[in-house]
Design a protein around this ligand. Structure first.
Ligand SMILES: [Zn+2]
Ligand SMILES: [Zn+2]
Ligand SMILES: [Zn+2]
Ligand SMILES: [Zn+2]
Length: 394
């Protein structure tokens, strides 16, 4: 259904080898490696630790039980930790806080996978963006520490700082993360999914919680030859927040169709409404935007904090306050029906999956606006669209 192609400036990408209709399973991928992500988790299944976790009989690190202790992905590190007597001293209060030794396990698992010739090539060929990452002193220090730890504490003399830089960079650039209930994290490195480019209005989505295998489906109709994309982060936040996140974590400037279109497909999703009724959607510099109607110029710093404050208010409001907040914000002079703050609010109002009817009947304008946004940004074949479509018509 897809093939690997080369794109100048990007490298390997996946493209549709045929027309693909929305809601088709396109990729089924198996993880090269599955790892903790800096938080204590069971080293067998990567679930959060709990009061029921036990020390692994082999190495003493916490696991859910015997079956997790015997999990294949834990065996080699289990032997290394046992021989070198390395075990984190943690108890219940540490279970949901970052822990350096679990970062070591993350890198170590990638390093151990590269001992296998076939898998080594797959890891070698993935991008690490190390040049950009190394400009962060904290990252540089951490990598030095992990390399020294592997060599001196774990006795793995074959490990070099370069190996560790690549392993760390590959995970940060390509792995698919998941946050467990309670906040601990796990991540998976998939060979095919790693080749999917990012888009802020993607045509693919993950169909269920990532695990040893993952399924990706088309969230809209895709034409033969079109590049397959998914979103590396939540794409229902403002375009500028996504771009900042992509720059900081994945080290690139997004040039997807949404980012290149100042109107964001006519939704003006990330732009406030001007007093004249036009949209402040024309960036004239990183510091200023111009109204597309009266050509008034606003300085970004004059409104961005208030706008971010409104978004925070929506995401942090208690369920019982959402209806009141809706009354207040739907009359806001600079918000419009397809602005992201209101869209976040519609989504909170509706809460699909709850047995309760919506807190407020959605006026048809809100319902239309929400589905228009989800159809454009997530795709009419996406799970998100279908979920909210059900809510809007009931
Ligand atoms: Zn487990
Ligand atoms: Zn063990
Ligand atoms: Zn983009
Ligand atoms: Zn104006």
């Amino acid at each position: 259904m897809w093939s690997i192609s080369h794109k100048a400036g990007i490298g390997r990408v996946l493209v549709a080898a045929q027309d693909i209709s929305a809601d088709t399973v396109v990729i089924v991928d198996t993880a090269l490696v599955e790892t903790p992500d800096g938080f204590p988790v069971c080293l067998g299944c990567l679930a959060s630790l709990s009061s029921l976790s036990i020390p692994c009989p082999g190495c003493g690190w916490r696991v859910c039980g015997g079956e997790c202790a015997r999990a294949e992905q834990h065996q080699e590190e289990c032997r290394i930790f046992r021989e070198r007597k390395i075990v984190p001293t943690i108890n219940y209060v540490h279970y949901f806080l970052p822990h350096g030794l679990y970062l070591v396990v993350q890198v170590l698992r990638v390093l151990l996978v590269t001992r296998n010739r076939e898998k080594r090539d797959m890891v070698e060929n993935l991008m690490d963006h190390w040049e950009e990452r190394s400009t962060d002193n904290g990252v540089e220090e951490m990598v030095k520490y992990v390399a020294a730890f592997c060599r001196h504490k774990l006795g793995l003399e074959w490990v070099t700082k370069e190996n560790v830089c690549h392993a760390y960079g590959v995970i940060k650039t390509n792995a698919v993360g998941w946050i467990n209930p309670g906040g601990s994290r796990q991540c998976y490195l998939y060979p095919q999914v790693s080749l999917l480019s990012h888009s802020c209005a993607p045509n693919m989505e993950i169909l269920e919680k990532p695990d040893r295998t993952v399924q990706m489906g088309s969230s809209r109709d895709i034409k033969k030859g079109e590049q397959l994309t998914w979103s590396y982060c939540d794409f229902l936040i403002s375009k500028h927040s996504i771009q900042t996140k992509l720059r900081n974590v994945w080290k690139f400037d997004c040039k997807c169709s949404r980012c290149l279109d100042q109107t964001e497909f006519g939704l003006h999703y990330s732009s406030l409404k001007c007093t004249c009724g036009g949209y402040l959607s024309q960036r004239t510099s990183s510091q200023a935007v111009k109204c597309d109607n009266c050509e008034d110029v606003w300085r970004v710093e004059d409104y961005s904090e208030e706008e971010a404050g409104l978004a925070r208010e929506v995401s942090q409001a208690a369920d019982s306050d959402i209806a009141t907040l809706f009354e207040k914000l739907s009359g806001h002079q600079h918000l419009h029906p397809t602005h992201y703050v209101l869209v976040m609010l519609y989504m909170r109002l509706l809460q699909p999956g709850s047995d309760q009817p919506p807190a407020l009947p959605l006026s048809s304008e809100c319902g239309t606006a929400l589905l228009q946004v989800l159809g454009s940004l997530a795709g009419e074949g996406s799970q998100l669209y279908k979920r909210y479509q059900l809510c809007c018509t009931r």
